[in-house]
Write a protein that binds this ligand. Structure first.
Ligand code: ATP
Ligand code: MG
Length: 554
């Protein structure tokens, strides 16, 4: 027989091994299996288990066997009543002995003696450790209890650790999910300004795949530039301002990995150590390109409009005051020419103001259209005539529509504006004159219309942008000719309000061709609709002549 000293030695050895298992972060089941095995061995028992309350709550029904020693898991349900007895302080020792006997009978195991101890976290029981002996006459003693108590304490620690760890992992996963799902770009950087976290929005914003961004300096990946073209992140990193600010923010331009230009606003939440040393930061990056473009457009708007309004007013005023000089005696010819210029400039002002009103109407919620059948060939002829009257003789105009071109369903006045805009552009951006062609054809249930010139053309990178408000291509001709950059913006809006589309095909130096679509007045009906209409027509005919249908059917 071992004496008590030997037991304590063995106990210490077992506890050490359990401790190692806990610190090696083995999973909870492995650790608890060790605990129950050593507990059984140290008191010379034969069977044992550890039961835990399923969190939360400590009701007896929630007590489940977590691990066992020499008891097959299929027997676990048979222990339900015994477990409930353990958990209930009102159950007497005799009643427990009876429950043990019943359980032993049911599972056909020699469970003769039982000792149980609660696993405690503070005062709170989180489960039980239970050891059984097969021998009839060898009851458990106080000494056995104190030996097992140390294991119970270890098991409680292991369970607590595992639960805390699981909670921490879940919290981490939850945070990761929040960061990942965030509509804003989120980037975490470490104390050396290197990226450690980079969410999906950040990937979309910067064009950098996360695998490549992580580990790189943030100034390389984000690289916010100011108006002067300096990389603020390199020259004036907001996280290096002294004294440190709680939430420094920078705004500027970035070039994405695939070469796009975006404007971003980046707000940082830095953390500092006890001695003020920088530990890292979370950056919240927002795409403010739309807002920035609007601001730029606003600025352009003011300068373009003031220029565009001032020029004709200055000309009108100049001519008017010259003509009415009391000392001058102008001949009829001069007066007529002067008045013609005044009229022309007044027309230009009128168009510009009309365009501006349309722009504000558009922004306020769309254009109201007065729809009806519109004959494109004659409308095009009138628009061409008006433009040709003011264009130089270097232009030749051609109109080409099929002779049976059906009418479109449109607002005639607006479509005249569209054609006028496109034709006046064709003239304006063809400094050497050339042929300007207008024409169209039918494609399915829509009309396709084009206006083509042989002018300077439009570079691919400008082809989308010319439809933006106030956008004018920055070239010599653009600077020499007048324009607010509104014509195509309004043209596109009008076409789209009709349910059509507009696009441009062009090669720089080789002219431009604008193509748009409009719905036909009598669209071809889809088969089902056509069949219905045919049936309705038949019904109307039947009502008028009750015999006709019967006769036809008969
Ligand atoms: P506005 O029409 O308001 O008087 P605008 O002609 O400059 O001014 P848009 O008609 O919107 O404005 O055209 C925008 C820009 O697209 C023009 O400034 C020009 O650079 C370019 N553009 C338009 N049409 C042509 C064309 N046919 N050929 C070449 N460039 C064109
Ligand atoms: Mg124009």
């Amino acid at each position: 027989m071992l004496d008590l000293g030997d037991y304590q030695l063995r106990q210490r050895d077992y506890l050490l091994r359990i401790n190692q298992a806990i610190t090696a972060q083995l999973d909870l089941e492995t650790v608890l299996s060790l605990v129950v095995r050593y507990a059984v061995e140290i008191v010379a028992g034969n069977y044992g288990f550890i039961a835990l309350y399923e969190a939360p709550g400590e009701s007896a029904e929630r007590l489940r066997i977590a691990v066992s020693y020499q008891i097959p898991p299929e027997h676990y349900p048979a222990f339900t009543a015994l477990l409930a007895g353990l958990a209930d302080p009102r159950v007497t020792r005799e009643q427990q002995a009876r429950l043990l006997w019943q359980t032993a009978e049911e599972v056909r195991l020699p469970l003769r003696q039982m000792i149980s101890l609660p696993l405690l976290i503070g005062q709170r029981p989180i489960g039980f450790i239970v050891v059984f002996r097969a021998a009839v006459n060898v009851a458990f003693t106080m000494a056995d209890e104190s030996l097992i108590a140390a294991f119970a304490a270890q098991a409680a620690v292991a369970v607590q650790n595992a639960r805390l760890y699981r909670a921490a992992v879940q919290e981490q996963e939850r945070l990761n999910a929040i960061i990942e799902q965030s509509a804003d770009g989120v980037m975490i950087i470490d104390h050396r300004w290197r990226i450690t976290t980079f969410n999906r929005a950040m990937e979309q914003l910067t064009g950098w795949p996360r695998e490549e961004a992580i580990g790189r300096p943030c100034a390389e990946v984000l690289g916010i530039h100011n108006e002067q073209g300096f990389n603020i992140c390199l020259t004036a990193c907001p996280l290096q301002r002294r004294p440190p600010e709680p939430n420094p923010t920078v705004e500027g331009r970035i070039t994405t990995r695939d070469g796009r230009e975006r404007y971003v606003s980046s707000r940082y939440s830095p953390t500092y150590g006890p001695h003020g040393e920088f530990l890292g930061a979370i950056a919240n990056v927002r795409d403010i390109t739309t807002r920035k473009r609007e601001e730029q457009q606003q600025a352009t708007f003011i300068s373009v409009i003031s220029h565009e309004l001032k020029t004709p007013v200055a000309i009108i005023k100049g001519y008017a005051s010259t003509l009415r000089r009391p000392d001058a005696n102008w001949d009829q010819q001069t007066i007529r020419e002067g008045l013609a210029v005044i009229e022309e400039e007044a027309d230009r002002l009128d168009t510009l103001i009309g365009n501006l009103l349309d722009v504000s109407r558009l922004q306020a919620g769309g254009l109201a259209l007065q729809l009806g059948p519109v004959d494109l060939p004659s409308l095009a002829a009138r628009a061409v005539q008006a433009i040709a009257a003011t264009a130089s003789e270097r232009f030749e105009f051609q109109i080409r529509f099929p002779s049976n071109m059906p009418p479109v369903h449109a607002d005639e006045e607006r479509i005249r504006m569209v054609l006028t805009n496109l034709l006046s552009n064709a003239v304006k951006y063809s400094p050497n004159g050339g042929v300007i062609r207008v024409g169209g054809w039918v494609d399915g249930d829509q009309a396709v219309v084009y206006v083509a010139d042989q002018g300077i053309g439009i570079a691919p990178e400008d082809q989308q942008r010319i439809f933006e408000r106030f956008y004018r291509v920055d070239n010599t001709l653009g600077r020499q000719t007048q324009g607010a950059g509104l014509g195509l913006y309004l043209t596109k809006a009008i076409i789209e309000a009709h349910g059509g589309q507009i696009r441009v095909e062009s090669q720089p130096g080789r002219g431009a061709r604008f193509i748009f679509t409009l719905p036909l007045e009598h669209r071809q009906l889809p088969v089902a609709e056509a069949a219905n209409t045919a049936a309705q027509a038949q019904m109307v005919a039947d009502q008028q002549d009750p015999h006709a249908s019967a006769a036809a059917n008969g």
